[in-house]
Write a protein that binds this ligand. Structure first.
Ligand SMILES: [Zn+2]
Length: 66
């Protein structure tokens, strides 16, 4: 069974990733990635960028690791 975009109903076998920024009310920002349908360009899902989170954690616990 093929996965279909809920917006345009196209069969989707790959998604485009787009970088964006999420921000909270009082200023903190996070690098964010959006999963975008390659056919209609609508956002299917988003999440905080896991690579950026990993880098932030490493820098917090081992600031002199490089
Ligand atoms: Zn679509």
């Amino acid at each position: 069974m093929a996965a279909r975009c809920p917006h345009c109903n196209a069969i989707v076998s790959r998604l485009n990733l787009e970088e964006m920024t999420s921000s909270a009310l009082f200023g903190q920002e996070w690098r964010t990635i959006a999963y975008v349908c390659p056919m209609c360009q609508k956002i299917l899902s988003t999440q905080i960028d896991p690579i950026a989170i990993k880098t932030d954690i490493i820098n917090a616990i081992a600031p002199n690791h490089v």
